[in-house]
Design a protein around this ligand. Structure first.
Ligand code: ATP
Ligand code: MG
Length: 201
């Protein structure tokens, strides 16, 4: 169990989240779950960082392209291309412009199920389809279709790691090991202690 309490996930508040004044609101939503913030900084990403970040998963271009094509078809619309890799390539280029356009907030959250909990609160990629109550569903309005017409990235406020393995590699791109702080929070005992025997006097 010890290791599962240390599960880490990378969260980026993308430039639109910073510009919209949503830094505090977004951090609040993750922080109040009980997950522990163990690293935090503001950074203007370079194109190289963005490319490295997304190409950690060699299948990323194809997967991102497929997701977009499926979303078009589900709405009864014609995708701009039927070749997922071609869409993925285009998305990567527009992501460089988007993420390198200004400061982003990079954070690491730690705790049991960190990856899954953060993704649930974040919501699905396309704000038009993200569930109500998620950050992407509640705070923004973009869609694949509108982004594609303008040949730009979908502005969806946040990046959150897709798996614990991916998180480890992503964290390496955004943080030095000494920037991840090892510390204890009082509320960990109520989340994790087996016997809860420290409450009553
Ligand atoms: P993230 O990894 O950023 O949390 P995600 O995993 O939900 O989002 P991916 O499919 O990995 O989404 O795509 C990464 C990012 O690229 C998206 O968050 C979005 O900003 C942008 N994006 C993805 N697909 C498209 C598309 N078809 N057109 C424009 N932008 C896109
Ligand atoms: Mg992703």
């Amino acid at each position: 169990m010890a290791d599962r309490k240390k599960e880490k996930t990378l969260v980026l508040i993308k430039p639109d989240g910073v510009q919209r004044g949503l830094i505090g609101e977004i951090i609040k939503r993750y922080e109040r779950t009980g997950l522990k913030l163990v690293a935090l900084k503001m950074v203007v990403p370079t194109d190289e960082m963005v490319e490295k970040h997304y190409l950690i998963d060699p299948q990323w271009k194809i997967k991102a392209g497929q997701k977009s094509i499926e979303s078009y078809k589900k709405k009864g619309l014609q995708p701009p291309s039927n070749n997922p890799e071609e869409i993925g390539e285009r998305v990567l280029n527009s992501l460089k412009k988007y993420l390198a356009s200004g400061p982003v907030i990079a954070m690491v959250f730690e705790g049991i199920n960190a990856v899954g909990i953060v993704r649930k609160i974040t919501g699905s990629t396309e704000p038009l389809s993200s569930d109500v109550g998620t950050i992407r569903g509640d705070f923004t309005i973009d869609s694949y279709e509108v982004a594609d017409v303008d040949n730009r990235a979908v502005r969806n406020l946040i990046h959150a790691s897709g798996s614990s393995e991916e998180a480890e590699k992503e964290i390496n791109i955004w943080f030095q090991p000494e920037e991840i702080i090892n510390y204890r929070l009082i509320n960990e005992s109520i989340l994790y202690d087996v016997n809860l025997d420290g409450i009553l006097e």
